[in-house]
Design a protein around this ligand. Sequence first.
Ligand SMILES: *[C@@H]1O[C@H](CO)[C@@H](O)[C@H](O)[C@H]1NC(C)=O
Ligand SMILES: *[C@@H]1O[C@H](CO)[C@@H](O)[C@H](O)[C@H]1NC(C)=O
Ligand SMILES: *[C@@H]1O[C@H](CO)[C@@H](O)[C@H](O)[C@H]1NC(C)=O
Ligand SMILES: *[C@@H]1O[C@H](CO)[C@@H](O)[C@H](O)[C@H]1NC(C)=O
Ligand SMILES: *[C@@H]1O[C@H](CO)[C@@H](O)[C@H](O)[C@H]1NC(C)=O
Ligand SMILES: *[C@@H]1O[C@H](CO)[C@@H](O)[C@H](O)[C@H]1NC(C)=O
Ligand SMILES: *[C@@H]1O[C@H](CO)[C@@H](O)[C@H](O)[C@H]1NC(C)=O
Ligand SMILES: *[C@@H]1O[C@H](CO)[C@@H](O)[C@H](O)[C@H]1NC(C)=O
Ligand SMILES: *[C@@H]1O[C@H](CO)[C@@H](O)[C@H](O)[C@H]1NC(C)=O
Ligand SMILES: *[C@@H]1O[C@H](CO)[C@@H](O)[C@H](O)[C@H]1NC(C)=O
Ligand SMILES: *[C@@H]1O[C@H](CO)[C@@H](O)[C@H](O)[C@H]1NC(C)=O
Ligand SMILES: *[C@@H]1O[C@H](CO)[C@@H](O)[C@H](O)[C@H]1NC(C)=O
Length: 315
Amino acid sequence: MRFGSSVVLLATAGVAVAQSVNISSLLQYADALLSANCTSTLESLVSNSTLATCLHVTDLAPILTSNSSIIPYTDKWLADVCYTAPCTNATLTQAATTIISGCAADLTKYNITNATIYDVVGQYPLAREVACLKTTKPFNATNVTAPATPYNTTNGTFCATSILTELQSYLGANLSLPYIATAALGGNATVVQLIEKIPTKALCSDCIFAAVDLIEEQYPGLGNISLGAINGTNTTLNQFLTGTCNATYSITKNGTLPSTITESAVNSTFPFNVTAGNVTYHPSNTSSAIPARNSSIAKRDVDITAAKRRWFGRV
Ligand SMILES: *[C@@H]1O[C@H](CO)[C@@H](O)[C@H](O)[C@H]1NC(C)=O
Ligand SMILES: *[C@@H]1O[C@H](CO)[C@@H](O)[C@H](O)[C@H]1NC(C)=O
Ligand SMILES: *[C@@H]1O[C@H](CO)[C@@H](O)[C@H](O)[C@H]1NC(C)=O
Ligand SMILES: *[C@@H]1O[C@H](CO)[C@@H](O)[C@H](O)[C@H]1NC(C)=O
Ligand SMILES: *[C@@H]1O[C@H](CO)[C@@H](O)[C@H](O)[C@H]1NC(C)=O
Ligand SMILES: *[C@@H]1O[C@H](CO)[C@@H](O)[C@H](O)[C@H]1NC(C)=O
Ligand SMILES: *[C@@H]1O[C@H](CO)[C@@H](O)[C@H](O)[C@H]1NC(C)=O
Ligand SMILES: *[C@@H]1O[C@H](CO)[C@@H](O)[C@H](O)[C@H]1NC(C)=O
Ligand SMILES: *[C@@H]1O[C@H](CO)[C@@H](O)[C@H](O)[C@H]1NC(C)=O
Ligand SMILES: *[C@@H]1O[C@H](CO)[C@@H](O)[C@H](O)[C@H]1NC(C)=O
Ligand SMILES: *[C@@H]1O[C@H](CO)[C@@H](O)[C@H](O)[C@H]1NC(C)=O
Ligand SMILES: *[C@@H]1O[C@H](CO)[C@@H](O)[C@H](O)[C@H]1NC(C)=O
């Protein structure tokens, strides 16, 4: 079964649990999809491993038992992830081999190759670089209440914090885990309607363009992905973004970020130049994504159709 069909299955089953979503029912559902061997491998990986340590997983644990907004927890987590040493290549490679051996039967069952696991783990340097973007112009509105403990604002506010705050403002509700789970499983029609009402212009932020810049620096082909006919014209992702935003920001693809953006990832392992404000960061000699073994996605460009097939099944 491909990822696409498993999403459909998850959504279908999800509607049943959605009325009374709780986390243990979700975990039980994950258990049903994965073998016991694989579940215990993943559990030990997130609870007791060098990977868990460098990913600061314990910062996120309170989210599982909390009914309040996830934002204060994710903000603290980002500060730890960004301002302390990144995961090393050895740790990432070890994590990949652990999954490949502990989940061997599951990977075969879902037709996922070993190379794909290396590919996914190899996205870590890019993922951290994007997660550690900060903005000096965070979202604010009269209906945004200040957090009990202030967010980290050294050289800006985390982009993720700003975007999640904006989403909270549109939804008029705290993004708690039960709320997110219910909404994701389609169990709250009001949320779906509110999300549909969010103006496309919400994409026109320094943070979104900075994230797209970094992602397209690694995968330049992504901007040419066709979104199909929009207003009667076949439109690519980049045409859509620049058109919608009336060229407020440009997609540079060379790591030159909007002037209100700062990058907080210490000892970054992102393998490309990044320019934020008047600082240009150059890749260091430890900065290269862990090489995927004989796979295509780790190359600087990406075959969009193959990538879409890999993630969404039929395209
Ligand atoms: C954590 O992992 C180490 C090494 O893999 C192992 O020796 C130890 O027993 C584990 N601790 C727990 C609490 O599972
Ligand atoms: C994937 O890794 C497993 C465990 O190391 C190994 O048994 C299997 O042969 C590998 N599959 C491929 C296609 O290399
Ligand atoms: C179960 O996991 C162990 C390593 O944790 C691995 O050696 C073994 O092959 C796995 N068995 C299956 C059926 O995946
Ligand atoms: C597994 O994936 C390969 C390559 O994408 C494909 O050719 C093959 O048909 C797939 N097998 C199943 C059972 O889905
Ligand atoms: C956000 O806006 C409110 C109301 O306009 C204001 O009181 C508050 O100081 C602003 N917060 C920041 C961080 O600018
Ligand atoms: C943000 O986090 C860094 C690293 O932990 C810390 O040095 C700094 O004081 C924090 N800033 C604020 C405003 O909390
Ligand atoms: C904040 O930005 C300044 C100027 O770019 C830099 O020297 C300083 O190290 C940054 N502080 C942190 C905590 O990243
Ligand atoms: C909060 O304010 C923003 C910006 O003014 C607005 O777009 C949004 O609809 C408001 N949310 C609620 C729930 O009123
Ligand atoms: C559904 O979403 C609305 C709007 O955000 C919220 O007020 C309501 O509490 C949610 N209901 C549940 C069951 O989460
Ligand atoms: C599509 O047309 C509508 C109405 O003219 C316009 O508001 C919208 O911005 C257009 N969308 C794009 C992506 O050009
Ligand atoms: C839209 O553009 C893409 C990429 O340029 C192309 O592959 C696709 O066939 C086009 N679709 C239509 C309906 O013209
Ligand atoms: C990461 O580790 C793998 C496997 O040990 C090795 O092949 C690769 O060269 C290493 N990459 C870097 C950047 O050190």
